[in-house]
Design a binder for this molecule. Structure first.
Ligand SMILES: *Cc1c(COP(=O)(O)O)cnc(C)c1O
Length: 382
């Protein structure tokens, strides 16, 4: 079987099962695949020593130029970027404070966050010793609540850019910038997984954010353990001082010379790609999958794309009340239990739980849409 023949020998040796990744850029299933030129750049860089401080500075400058930012830093992933953003706002460039973390007593150590922006990664903001100060309700925050929360203990105001954080009733990034900057407090943004569209690489800094955080191992297709911090020069310098190779709070998130250059190359390639052609390709892949199940009574299979929930086209299968077949959960489990194992998404992010099935095409390799379509129809027909 072709799936077995193309299995890399090290995975065979370790007894791994091939995954077809229709669930987005989920880290657990391998994130994304690097482009061949990125791998070649990393291989070349692995053959010679360079000074890592100098490489960080040069790579940071190259990335800052690409993003139109004052400065940038390659991190060990967006989770590491959250740690460094937070640390930078606590310590600035003060060596005494940097050495003292995670004891942040006596420093500005509070980070203000909207309750609706709480997310499973926000724990990492607290690693350097910061405390989160929550404002607002589950689906509403007022400007007055933000103003009241900012005190002389406030180190930063945090904004999460994700599909569920732009609901009406929540504070927008420009609104938070307006209030925070009036109090001389920096605004830090996590937009880790919001790429593509490429436009998001520039948007937050244009809207006034002081540092923005991206994952390098998701849409950019850089090395899995990389990310980008970009923004104000003094804060990027503070983040750098808290990061590896220094012996500081950020040292556990080490970046290698291979990863640093790999990300620079991956970002260049990402920015050079024709986004319209890319989106058309995704739409074609999704249409192929949707076409395979479109005629089944009780299903509504559609290609969906919108600016908030699904920024790239997805194949979505809704179960109508007349549906007689297996549940979405049953089908998802069966696809994941097969060989090759196929992972698909469940429901929309916004608006709560639905038993629908969604396929994100970003990680489907050429021809895999055929396997997904066949297996979907097979499992839906049981
Ligand atoms: C994926 C993600 C992260 C973590 O990114 P890594 O690069 O995997 O460390 C952080 N924040 C958000 C919103 C994410 O989606």
């Amino acid at each position: 079987m072709a799936a077995e023949q193309s299995m890399p020998s090290i995975y065979q040796h370790l007894g791994m099962t091939r995954i077809i990744h229709g669930a987005g850029t989920t880290t657990r299933y391998g994130g994304s695949l690097m482009r061949p030129e990125t791998i070649e750049t990393m291989r070349e860089a692995s053959q010679m020593f360079v000074n890592i401080d100098d490489l960080n500075a040069a790579a940071g400058e190259a990335i800052a130029n690409m993003l139109g930012a004052e400065a940038a830093l390659v991190t060990a992933g967006a989770a590491s970027g959250l740690v460094l953003q937070s640390a930078a706002c606590l310590t600035g460039d003060d060596p005494g404070k940097i050495a003292k973390l995670p004891n942040a007593e006596g420093m500005r150590n509070e980070i203000v966050i909207q309750r609706a922006h709480r997310f499973p990664y926000d724990q990492t903001l607290c690693i350097p010793g910061a405390k989160l100060v929550e404002i607002g309700l589950g689906r509403r925050t007022e400007m007055t609540e933000l103003k009241a929360a900012i005190t002389d203990k406030t180190a930063a105001v945090f904004y999460l850019h994700s599909p569920f954080t732009s609901l009406p009733g929540l504070l927008t990034l420009p609104q938070m910038v307006e209030v925070a900057h009036a109090h001389d407090v920096p605004v830090i943004v996590d937009a880790a997984s919001m790429l593509p569209p490429r436009e998001h690489l520039f948007r937050h800094l244009k809207e006034g954010a002081d540092i923005v955080n991206f994952s390098g191992g998701k849409g950019i297709r850089g090395p899995q353990s990389t990310g980008i911090l970009a923004g104000r020069r003094d804060l990027i310098r503070a983040a750098t001082l808290n990061a590896s190779p220094n012996q500081a709070i950020g040292r556990p998130s080490k970046t290698s010379k291979e990863e640093i250059v790999g990300l620079v190359k991956a970002l260049e390639l990402f920015l050079a790609e024709d986004e319209e052609a890319e989106m058309n390709r995704y739409a074609e892949v999704c249409t192929h999958i949707v076409d395979a199940v479109r005629d089944m009574p009780g299903l509504r299979a559609v290609v969906e794309q919108d600016p908030v929930n699904r920024v790239i086209p997805h194949a979505v299968i809704y179960f109508e009340s007349s549906w007689q077949g297996p549940s979405g959960n049953t089908v998802r489990d069966a696809l994941a239990a097969g060989n090759p194992c196929i992972y698909v998404q469940q429901g929309t992010v916004q608006g709560g739980y639905f038993d629908e099935i969604a396929i994100d095409p970003i990680n489907l390799q050429p021809g895999e849409e055929e396997i997904v379509a066949t297996r979907l129809r097979e499992e839906l027909s049981r």
